[in-house]
Ligand binder design. Structure first.
Ligand SMILES: Nc1ncnc2c1ncn2[C@@H]1O[C@H](COP(=O)(O)OP(=O)(O)O)[C@@H](O)[C@H]1O
Ligand SMILES: [Mg+2]
Length: 291
């Protein structure tokens, strides 16, 4: 069984500023750092660290070679990652000032994934393989339709949650993975109460497997009348970046192997409790041997 993680890759350009740039102003930054981001990237790395055979498909511009090297370093296969010289790699320009930030996000090559690329990539996968997607690339409706026709198991992390999600053929999704905000959005619920959100999700998506993570309060697995809760591990959190992505990777790896929901939730909680104790995204995700 192979996992196809078809998702976003974003350079994060982070500038520390004295104040946010104003109209007509040119201001020098106090510091600069470049990071590797994108939900697709983090989830591919989490899956690889959890011991799975992962193929990351996606698109980068001619400035995207570093992404290929980075994914390879973590053992992710990049044979289906397309380099497109006519486009910029997806990126975020992030101004940071006194703990707040302003962000320009440019989808770039992530938004240029087309039917041709999807068709080509899917020729390398077959029934029984798994497709993992998030909501950061173009042509997702087509990708879901085609993967479903081929008999792939489809896992959808609906982040970032927006109205576009409801234009996709959600009946073809096998497993949804959401946090509480995405869960409420998917349920169409205004409530902040987990029980109410879960009741709405159950109603709206009968027969679907839904994993909803709720930060420090742990996670839930929902499928019709089955409801399993998992506590978060009590740790001192330093940086919760990639907590959800770690959870997704380790939950899937374990669930696909053993089909044991309790065990998969517990392993995912353990792995993400390690991620929140380290700074940054991919580098704070633990390896399976650390668990
Ligand atoms: N402060 C924390 N302490 C321990 N575990 C945490 C903490 N924050 C998150 N986690 C773990 O990470 C999982 C995912 O976190 P969550 O915040 O729900 O995802 P997201 O990053 O998508 O918002 C949680 O279910 C929990 O197991
Ligand atoms: Mg959260």
């Amino acid at each position: 069984m192979k996992i196809l993680s078809f998702g976003s890759l974003n350079y994060d350009h982070v500038y520390e500023m004295d104040h946010f740039v104003e109209p007509k102003e040119t201001q020098s930054s106090l510091a600069y750092a470049r990071g590797f981001g994108g939900k697709g990237l983090n989830q591919s790395i989490a899956l690889a660290k959890a011991g799975m055979e992962v193929y990351h498909a996606g698109r980068v511009g001619n400035d995207g070679q570093d992404f290929i090297d980075y994914l390879n370093k973590y053992g992710v296969n990049t044979d289906y990652l397309l380099k497109d010289d006519s486009l910029a790699t997806g990126h975020a320009i992030i101004e940071v000032c006194k703990g707040q930030n302003c962000i320009i996000l440019h989808g770039g090559a992530n938004q240029a994934i087309d039917e041709r690329q999807i068709d080509e990539v899917l020729t390398h996968f077959e029934k029984g393989d798994v497709l993992l997607i998030q909501n950061e690339i173009s042509n997702l409706a087509y990708l879901i339709d085609k993967a479903s026709e081929k008999g792939l198991l489809i896992v959808f992390n609906t982040a970032p949650m927006n109205e576009k999600v409801f234009t996709y053929p959600l009946n073809k999704i096998d497993i949804f993975i959401v946090n509480e905000i995405e869960g409420a959005g998917l349920a169409g619920s205004e409530s902040k109460n987990y029980e109410e959100i879960i009741a709405c999700l159950k109603d709206k998506y009968p027969g679907k497997k839904i994993v909803m993570t709720v930060g420090e309060s742990g996670s839930y697995f929902i499928c019709d009348d089955l409801l399993v809760h998992q506590d978060a591990y009590k740790v001192e959190a330093i940086d919760t970046t990639a907590a959800g992505d770690t959870f997704t990777g380790f939950f899937l790896a374990s669930y696909l192997k053993d089909k044991d929901i309790g065990k998969a939730l517990d392993l995912a909680a353990k792995a993400s409790s390690i991620t929140v104790q380290g700074k940054g995204a991919a580098q704070s995700i633990p390896g399976i041997e650390e668990l």
